[in-house]
Write a protein that binds this ligand. Structure first.
Ligand SMILES: [Zn+2]
Length: 119
């Protein structure tokens, strides 16, 4: 059996976590602008800013396409929405992770664990 290449595995894991977030947040408005037309799972801290938060479920929330695709996540308003949702302390924890772990090299086993958890 061929081994799935890591980039494919990262992509697959992201799809599974994103789809979990869409189910979790079903019926909620866009975390950044409050639009009711929110149907995308959008990162607050981008994967480029910190790959360690790539699969953190609280770094991913329901967003509208406008904020997610055209306003780079609308980060400033996203933070306000996120504080309302999970509290300042949890948001600060995410910020700490982002500052201290900009680049995380994901291991295959970790990805399999995440996929299992969010499937
Ligand atoms: Zn929005």
């Amino acid at each position: 059996m061929a081994v799935t290449p890591l980039p494919k595995l990262l992509e697959k894991t992201q799809k599974i976590v994103n789809s979990y977030v869409r189910r979790r947040d079903e019926g909620l408005n866009c975390i950044s602008c409050g639009s009711p037309n929110a149907n995308q799972a959008g990162h607050w801290v981008s994967v480029k800013q910190s790959s360690a938060l790539r699969f953190n479920e609280w770094n991913i929330n329901l967003q509208c396409a406008g904020c997610n695709l055209y306003k780079h996540g609308n980060q400033v308003l996203y933070r306000i929405g996120l504080v309302n949702k999970i509290g300042e302390k949890a948001v600060k924890e995410l910020e700490d992770i982002a500052l201290n772990n900009r680049i995380k090299k994901w291991e295959r086993d970790e990805l399999f664990e995440i996929m299992k958890k969010y499937s």
